[in-house]
Structures are given as C-alpha cells and as structure tokens.
Design a protein around this ligand. Structure first.
Ligand code: 9YT
Length: 136
C-alpha cells in the first residue's frame, strides 16, 4: 500500500513548475511506483495559457476547482472547464489550456506514466507563454 500527502510532495523535486510560471504540478505517483500510470495535482494560474501537446501519452484531467477552458486545436472547439469537468486527451490532441478568472485545480492521470525528474524537457509538453487574457 502507498499512502502519500500533498504537503509531503510540495518543496520536493516532485513539485514542478512550468518554465514560464503558468502552472505548478505536484506529482503524487510516478513511473517508479510501478502502477502503469502517473497521478498529478496541477494548478494552472489565473490569467495564463499554456500550449500543450502530449505526443507520447494519453491524459485524463478532472477539474476540482477554478475557471478556465481548453481549446482543442484538432477540432477547433473550445470547452469551458469548471469544478466537475473531465477532459480526456485520448488522441494526442494539441491544445491551449487556459485559466481565466480563478486558478484551475486539476487532477491528472498519465499513461504511460511520467518518469518524474524531467522538468522542462518533458516529452511532448511545450509551455509557450504567459498571457494577459483579460486584456485580449
Ligand atoms: C494539466 C496537465 O496537463 N497537467 C499535467 C501535469 C504537468 N504538466 C506535470 O506534472 O508536468
């Protein structure tokens, strides 16, 4: 059995920030745990957007707080995200992830699992810019 608490992960190398400061992710379970998936609690900061393309992973993301949206660059559709929204990137969709008026709190599951120590060179993740959405 594994029992972990988020406060034991914060301030360790399993707590990772985007190079541009758009998000922080606490990686609760990683490849080394041997489960076949990784589990992350990610906060996307209000007023930011991040371009993401997980070329080599599928990801399920469940929102437990905040306000934002995902723009699917494959379909051209934009979906609002609030508490209770699930989105699943089961087709390696390129997307913009935006938190608008409140920090998005997301529980994320990856298959295959993220190894964990990769930070800024995580395969398929390309955070690009921090935007002032409210002035757009
Ligand atoms: C929202 C999202 O895709 N989170 C993924 C986890 C985060 N990018 C990490 O742990 O590196």
């Amino acid at each position: 059995m594994i029992v972990r608490r988020i406060q034991d992960i914060k301030n360790t190398k399993q707590s990772v920030s985007a190079p541009g400061g758009q998000w922080v992710s606490n990686r609760l379970l990683l490849a080394g745990d041997g489960l076949g998936y990784s589990l992350h609690e990610t906060t996307i900061f209000a007023g930011t957007q991040t371009y993401i393309h997980y070329a080599n992973h599928v990801e399920s993301v469940y929102c437990v707080g905040g306000v934002g949206e995902i723009e699917d660059l494959e379909s051209g559709l934009t979906h609002p995200i609030t508490n209770g929204t699930l989105y699943v990137l089961n087709g390696h969709e390129r997307h913009w992830l935006r938190a608008t008026t409140a920090d998005l709190r997301l529980i994320c599951v990856f298959n295959p699992p993220i190894v964990g120590t990769e930070v800024h060179d995580e395969h398929g993740v390309y955070p690009l810019l921090k935007a002032e959405l409210n002035s757009a």
